[in-house]
Design a protein around this ligand. Structure first.
Ligand code: HEM
Ligand SMILES: N[C@@H](CC(=O)c1ccccc1NC=O)C(=O)O
Length: 287
């Protein structure tokens, strides 16, 4: 092609031949992504234009919940194996995924009460409150409430999986056990009953403060990435509350709660609490 010849619309402008879209032996893109199945899942209940972004926002967030469950399960196994660097790498990747989860609220940021109200009745009593993946993530983060299981008695597989996660040590329990194995805690090992709600202790607060003061590099990196996760978790809740206030005002929720005022209480709870409270106790670094 000579200079000045108009480029046909179907050809790339940079002069490189496009790759063969179906190379022999390779898995076709549409098969790998399961595109047919994926694109069969966006069945809205109404013709209200804004409903599609609501549905896709919910699906995107559920996918990211599943991804985070995967990452945090791997990270937990690595902590148990004393692989601090491996666990920290996995948790760092999960922080980027959490950032995507938080920004997924942008999909709902323009939803007005009029638009939401136009399809909300079709949702019946369905609510994100019933998300079992979200409950699984809460358990991994140490937000343990046995009562949550009651909502899943009609779904035995989900119930069994959540029960296992409730009884297993959380990610934080596993990190604190690791600190104990490294001789950084006054008490020897983990919580006697990991299915109980996590209660902050001065022992754990001092253990983190001592670790940060000593500058024990791998453990400070672990503490910082856990703090990143805690911060993002709160941020997701803040944006959920803002989206709710904007789209719903102070109406009660479909899941039976008071709505925004109920969500407001959850925003105040921080996961991994001593990683926040210990910071006042950390001594200035020497190097
Ligand atoms: C504008 C859209 C949304 C509104 C107005 C809204 C509203 C609410 C309300 C009022 C609750 C409290 C329970 C209830 O009574 O229903 C709730 C809980 C919840 N919602 Fe949403 N929500 C929205 C979108 C989403 C999306 C896209 C997700 C992602 C899957 C989601 C996930 C959750 C979860 C996990 C809970 C339980 C929170 C907890 O227990 O701390 N919500 N939502
Ligand atoms: N709790 C919301 C509804 C809601 O969040 C919801 C309802 C049905 C399907 C998905 C939903 N949101 C996210 O999962 C409300 O009170 O309007």
């Amino acid at each position: 092609m000579t200079v000045g010849t108009p480029t046909p619309r179907s050809e790339p402008t940079h002069g490189v031949r496009p790759p063969d879209p179906r190379p022999a032996g390779a898995v076709p893109y549409a098969d790998y992504v399961r595109l047919d199945t994926l694109l069969s899942l966006q069945r809205t209940r109404t013709d209200v234009p804004a409903e599609m972004s609501f549905l896709i926002a919910s699906q995107v967030m559920e996918l990211l919940f599943a991804l985070l469950r995967h990452e945090w399960t791997i990270a937990g196994e690595r902590l148990d194996a004393d692989d601090v660097v491996g666990a920290t790498d996995t948790l760092r990747r999960s922080v980027r995924e959490l950032d995507v989860l938080v920004s997924a609220w942008d999909l709902l940021a323009t939803l007005t009460p009029g638009e939401f109200g136009a399809f909300r009745e079709e949702l019946g009593e369905a609510s994100g409150f019933q998300s079992h993946l979200y409950r699984h993530l809460e358990f991994l983060l140490g937000i343990k409430r046995a009562g949550v299981l009651r909502g899943y008695v009609g779904a035995p597989d989900v119930h069994a999986e959540l029960e296992r996660a409730l009884r297993a040590p959380s990610l934080y329990d596993r990190a604190l056990d690791l600190l104990a194995r490294r001789g950084l805690r006054e008490t020897e090992s983990g919580r006697p009953d990991p299915s109980r709600p996590y209660e902050p202790t001065e022992d754990v607060e001092r253990a983190w403060a001592g670790t940060y003061t000593d500058g024990t590099h791998d453990l400070v990196a672990l503490g910082e990435v856990l703090t990143d996760i805690s911060e993002r978790w709160t941020r997701w809740r803040e944006r959920h509350l803002a989206a709710t206030l904007r789209a719903l005002g102070n109406r009660p929720g479909t899941g039976g709660s008071a709505g925004a005022s109920w969500l407001e209480q959850t925003v105040r709870v921080r996961v991994f609490p001593e990683l926040w409270t210990m910071r006042t106790l950390v001594e200035p670094s020497k190097s």
